[in-house]
Design a binder for this molecule. Sequence first.
Ligand code: SF4
Ligand code: SF4
Length: 80
Amino acid sequence: MKTSTATVDDTVGNAETCKKYCGACPTFRNNLLKDSPPHELFCARGKSSIAEKTKTSGCYCPACEVFTKYKLVIGYFCAK
Ligand code: SF4
Ligand code: SF4
């Protein structure tokens, strides 16, 4: 799932913002998502290549400025 209202731009700025939230997220850290493509910015780039093996344990997306700016919903973009 991505968003019903907007497509997120794959920009350096959005990737930097993503690091603050995905980078701190337990799902990201516990599943070592940074080691597999697309590494971050899942709301723009799509889910992780290891999404099928990813055990979700919380999502920080709703706190993220990108989430608000693009009117995203739910989160867990790495896994769904
Ligand atoms: S909404 Fe989630 S995936 Fe998208 S930039 Fe923010 S933390 Fe990253
Ligand atoms: S998309 Fe959500 S659940 Fe996945 S790593 Fe980013 S903050 Fe965590």
